[in-house]
Design a protein around this ligand. Structure first.
Ligand code: RB5
Length: 153
């Protein structure tokens, strides 16, 4: 069994969420689907915050969020402490979001990516390790900035 991953979407990401859920289960990950359970219109902040909360509190190691463009979910998730949510459109952005940014939430645009590409993006993201070194220093600088601005305490 591989690690556990929580995922959620809004209606714009629902169809892709269902496909990614199937893919992750096939690959041996423990998957927690936090909804929604249908394509009915819902508000992305409500679903994005469920995943961001779990990741922020260390209840789950990684999260995947999907809305229409991925933009709304990224904005919501990045409000949370200890969360780095990266909107990725291809394998390169997925690879770099792990190597340089140590992203712990992957965000996808359900109205942007086809299922085949989205699966490849998820695979790359899950299998890529953080590079550390100078990138750790930069992540520390972001944490300092958050403290100074009084956000994400
Ligand atoms: C919903 O229509 C859409 O606004 C949402 O899925 C997302 O793209 C927001 O950023």
């Amino acid at each position: 069994m591989k690690g556990s991953i929580a995922l959620a979407s809004d209606h714009g990401g629902y169809e892709l969420k269902e496909d990614i859920k199937e893919y992750l289960a096939q690959e041996g990950y423990q998957v927690q689907d936090l909804g929604p359970a249908s394509q009915e219109s819902v508000d992305y902040p409500l679903f994005g915050s469920k995943i961001a909360e779990l990741v922020s509190r260390g209840k789950v190691e990684r999260g995947v969020l999907i809305c229409g463009t991925g933009i709304g979910m990224t904005i919501v998730a990045n409000k949370y402490p200890n969360v780095c949510a990266a909107l990725c459109h291809d394998q390169y952005t997925a690879f770099m979001s792990r190597r340089h940014n140590d992203a712990n939430i992957l965000v996808l645009g359900g109205r942007i990516l086809g299922k085949g590409l989205a699966r490849e993006v998820v695979k790359t993201w899950l299998e890529t390790e953080f590079e550390g070194g100078r990138h750790s220093r930069r992540l520390e600088q972001i944490k300092d900035l958050e403290q100074r601005l009084g956000i994400k305490k």
